[in-house]
Ligand binder design. Structure first.
Ligand SMILES: [Zn+2]
Ligand SMILES: [Zn+2]
Ligand SMILES: [Zn+2]
Length: 481
């Protein structure tokens, strides 16, 4: 199936049941335009790179209306309209779904000497891909294994942009009051059905130590492209072949993701790479020897093993019984091909011809890395899930490592991660990067209850609690301290 055509020419999405009003502003048009290369705004090409389509002398993509239509190579008859005979078909070949039975198979190819055994569970063969050596050659499309393509050398965005101005990243960490610390703990206790609330209500605060955790995160949004030969049954669809122009190289084909920093994959047909070829699987016949009867049109009866009768030992003597399954013939008409000895080719869907084209797969990927600086015994991973204050945020085609944050560990992490992203995605092109620093308040609460002291943490703007040493963690109210 072509990725674009059926969607563009297909029924509008969503379906418009009768009597329902049309989606406003889309009269006469499908309400949901499928995002495709056509009509999209091009991704701004890099400086010094030539955008596709090329300026002079070449035919633009997409081809203008009135372009040269597909005509089959000389010597081949044009493919007939649907419903007509398929090239290579012999007269009388029925569609696979028709119910007319025949007694004499018409398959002309090789057949085995004897009827094969009946197999009610026989599976049709699956479609096969055309051999690569039969495919056309296109410049820039030597790598057709589906492995990611090397992106063109990217212009260095960093050279054109300036390092970010030093900006004040100081932040006032909100201090947790005793009342907030107690309420947070009570809330935490209420969410743990086994916890007793007595210590939370009665505890006496001895010290509240406020601190800040820092969370640096870096995201790189990249694009990966790969190409592979694709095929589909040819039933007269438009063929955009090399007669329409030179195929643009894989990285020159315009495509934009639906949104930045959102993973997405599209498949598209590379312009000017399509051609029509006889199906390799059925040698252009559209039909193949039946996979069940191997061309003989019938199979040996499973019930009587081909004898037409079965022998039973009754009352001391053998008795021969007529087989009702095969009516005494010992053979049954093949249920797959109705006795014709051949079936429709699954690779070309009985068309005899294939449309072959290069399929370009574009993947947009979000790479995310982060680093937490947290100096208490609170587990670092808890910091990632709570909110704090974003004190620095930047989005650029290439970000600079930050170097002016008050905590040197964050500067170091930024330097390492930015470098890792710059060199880590060899077969991908970086489209955009963004990074940020968040400051998350952490309060270490020291208190005592029932002549024992313990501590817990209140962290994040949500006042989440981490209290692994809470005294009453058991239903019966027993004291674990
Ligand atoms: Zn058959
Ligand atoms: Zn039988
Ligand atoms: Zn075929």
């Amino acid at each position: 199936m072509s990725e674009k055509q059926p969607l563009l020419s297909g029924p509008p999405y969503p379906g418009n049941p009768q009597g329902q009003p049309q989606y406003p502003g889309t009269q006469g048009q499908p309400p949901y335009p499928y995002p495709s290369a056509q009509g999209q705004q091009p991704y701004p090409p890099a400086q010094g790179q030539q955008p596709y389509p090329p300026a002079q002398g070449q035919q633009p993509y997409p081809p203008a209306q009135g372009q040269q239509p597909y005509s089959p190579p000389s010597g081949q008859s044009p493919y007939p309209a649907a419903g007509g005979a398929t090239p290579g078909y012999q007269s009388g070949y029925p569609a696979a779904t028709s119910g007319n039975h025949v007694d004499t198979p018409t398959w002309q190819g090789e057949v085995p000497d004897d009827d094969p055994d009946e197999n009610p569970n026989v599976q049709p063969p699956s479609a096969t891909a055309p051999p690569l050596e039969k495919m056309d050659q296109f410049s820039g499309y030597e790598n057709m294994e589906g492995t990611p393509l090397q992106p063109p050398p990217s212009y260095n965005e960093a050279l054109h942009s300036q390092p970010p101005q030093s900006q004040d990243m100081a932040t006032r960490v909100p201090v947790v009051s005793e009342e907030q610390a107690r309420n947070a703990l009570l809330d935490h206790v209420s969410q743990n059905c086994c916890f007793g609330s007595k210590p939370a209500n009665e505890l006496i605060f001895t010290n509240i130590l406020p601190s800040s955790a820092f969370h640096y995160s870096l995201e790189s949004y990249t694009e990966k492209r790969s190409t592979k030969w694709a095929y589909e049954p040819y039933h007269g669809q438009v063929i955009d072949g090399s007669f329409n122009g030179v195929a643009p190289s894989p990285w020159d084909i315009e495509a934009r993701p639906p949104a930045l920093f959102q993973s997405h994959t599209v498949n598209m047909e590379v312009p000017h790479t399509a051609s029509v070829k006889p199906c390799h699987d059925c040698i252009g016949l559209g039909r193949k020897r039946c996979y069940n009867c191997h061309g003989r049109g019938r199979t040996r009866c499973h019930s009587c093993h081909g004898h037409g009768h079965s022998t039973h030992y009754i009352n001391g003597h053998h008795e021969r019984r007529h087989c009702h399954f095969c009516h005494g013939h010992g053979r049954k008409r093949c249920f797959v091909c109705n006795g014709h000895g051949h079936t429709a080719c699954h690779t070309c869907n009985a068309r005899g011809q294939l449309k072959c084209f290069i399929r370009l797969t574009i993947e947009w990927i979000v790479h995310h890395d982060d680093h937490v600086v947290e100096r208490t015994s609170l587990p670092d991973e808890l910091i990632r899930t709570v909110s704090g204050e974003t004190v620095f945020k930047q989005e650029l085609p290439r970000v600079w490592p930050i170097n002016h944050f008050p905590d040197v560990n964050i500067n170091e992490a930024s330097k390492n991660l930015v470098q890792r992203h710059l060199t880590g995605f060899q077969a991908e092109r970086i489209i955009m990067q963004r990074h940020k620093v968040r400051v998350i308040p952490v309060a270490n609460i020291h208190c005592h209850w029932n002549n024992n002291s313990f501590s817990y943490f209140v962290y994040g703007f949500e006042h989440k609690v981490h209290a692994p040493d809470y005294p009453q963690q058991c239903c019966c109210g027993c004291t674990l301290l």
